[in-house]
Design a protein around this ligand. Structure first.
Ligand code: ADP
Length: 449
């Protein structure tokens, strides 16, 4: 069965408890074996000392062996020579400790008597004279047993503490997530201005909340722009419709001369033309915006494209007796959707003609920038644009001077379309201008090599 706890808090707690249990268990086992080895070593050292004492006593005064028993407190030993027992303590004989000494043993060994007592025994290695000593291991076993019980009881306690502590810590660490989820749940399309709380922007949750907040800000911005765009578009569509309606109503109300009716129809057609241009512009924008747009990418000569776009609106410049020149600088290839890009450039040249007074001069030039990018510049000596408007003129329906733009037939969408068409082609659009000093609009595109 695979346990799959639902909450991260539970999972963290279980992992924490499991890891801690393994650590405590390994540590306890280590302690137990280390203590056991140490105690046995101490006992063995004691046995070696006893053995040396008995040996010395035997060599110096064999008859005083019994004193080793009473004076030195060595209770369990025997001295044998071959099969003959030279000395044996009483306790040794009573407990049958001869069985504890292995004939071949060189180090101390443990032995359990059939009565249940256990001993540690050590014998001297001399072949003929053999001294054997033993010590009761019961105290050592008792100590180890007590230690074992302490550890065995300690492990469950440590586990319980690990679970409780882990649960508490995980709860504290994850608390901001709960707060964020609660706040995020309340954010709807109408409250995109709300943000998630960020306690510490440097930690993981802080970074998550910051990224989420940035996404919200972008969404809010998109929503806001969409809302403004819809409102502006409706307003722009309503103006010609209202004009047509009032012209029509007046014509219906009064009986007019045939020539006057022609005028009415003429002005209605003008409004229809304006509506058509507006709808077309909106469609272009939507098409460019849509990610589904399939760019017809081809390699074109930028000079030819600029000349072609300029020729398209030359008649408008001629009407205003403006000079409109195109200057190209050799073959400059770019890869783009030519029809879309041409539309953007037409808009820039059209604006230059529209806003530059009669007899003005407009120059379109194509070249390569120092940065190695291709550029088309549309330069006029018109009224220019104050720097505070530079960013906003590319927004949809933004006009510096509404009255002048409308009277010139502007829809407020020309530069928005120009920027979109340039950007989908991987380029950017820049403006250099100031009031009374003319304007330069520059389209920069990656060069095709
Ligand atoms: P419009 O339809 O009003 O021309 P655009 O988006 O093409 O809309 O331009 C936005 C505004 O930028 C215009 O209203 C105008 O005030 C300003 N503008 C654009 N091109 C020029 C230019 N060449 N010279 C001066 N002002 C310009």
């Amino acid at each position: 069965m695979i346990l799959h706890p639902r909450t991260i808090r539970t999972r963290l707690t279980l992992w924490h408890a499991a890891v801690l249990t393994v650590i405590v268990f390994t540590f306890s086992a280590g302690i137990f074996f280390f203590v056991r080895v140490r105690l046995l070593e101490d006992l063995d050292a004691q046995l070696r000392r006893d053995l040396a004492t008995i040996e010395t006593t035997y060599r110096e005064a064999p008859t005083e062996l019994s004193e080793a028993d009473s004076r030195a407190g060595i209770k369990l030993f025997e001295v044998t020579q071959g099969d003959q027992i030279l000395y044996r303590t009483e306790a040794w004989g009573e407990r049958g400790l001869s069985r504890a000494v292995r004939a071949d043993a060189t180090a101390a060994t443990s032995w359990s008597s059939p009565e249940g007592a256990s001993y540690r025994a050590l014998a001297s290695p001399y072949a003929t004279l053999r001294i054997s000593v033993a010590a009761d291991e019961t105290a050592l076993h008792r100590t180890l047993w007590t230690l074992g019980i302490i550890l065995a009881l300690g492990i469950p306690c440590a586990m319980a503490l690990a679970i409780a502590g882990g649960w508490f810590l995980a709860g504290r660490v994850l608390a901001p997530v709960g707060v964020m989820a609660e706040r995020a749940k309340k954010i709807t399309a109408d409250s995109l201005g709300e943000r998630l709380p960020v306690d510490n922007p440097a930690d993981e949750f802080g970074r998550l909340a910051t990224v989420f907040n940035e996404t919200l800000a972008r969404l809010q911005d998109s929503f806001e722009r969409l809302r403004r765009f819809t409102a502006d578009a409706s307003h722009e569509l309503r103006t010609p419709l209202t004009a047509m309606r009032s012209v029509g109503e007046v014509a219906l109300h009064d009986s007019l001369e045939p020539a006057a009716y022609r005028d009415v129809i003429g002005s209605m057609l003008e409004e229809v033309e304006r509506l058509t241009a507006l709808v077309e512009s909106l469609l272009t924008l939507t098409r460019v915006d849509s990610t589904r747009i399939q760019l017809a990418r081809e390699v074109v000569d930028l000079g030819t494209l600029a000349a072609n776009a300029t020729e398209h609106v030359r008649v408008l410049a001629e009407e205003k007796e403006q000079t409109l020149s195109v200057q190209t600088n050799g073959a400059i290839s770019v890869e783009c959707d030519a029809a879309l890009l041409r539309r953007g450039i037409v808009n820039l040249v059209d604006n230059a003609i529209k806003y530059t007074p009669r007899n003005g001069a407009i120059q379109v030039s194509v070249g390569v920038l120092a940065s190695g990018e291709a550029a088309i510049e549309v330069k006029d000596n018109g009224p220019g644009i104050a720097p505070i408007h530079h960013e906003r003129i590319f927004e949809r329906f933004y006009r510096v001077d509404s009255a002048r733009s409308r009277s010139a037939g502007g829809l407020g969408l020309g530069l928005a379309i120009a920027r979109s068409t340039v950007e989908v082609n991987g380029g950017r659009i820049e403006v250099e201008s100031d009031e009374g000093r003319g304007s330069v609009f520059r389209v920069v595109l990656p060069l095709h090599r």
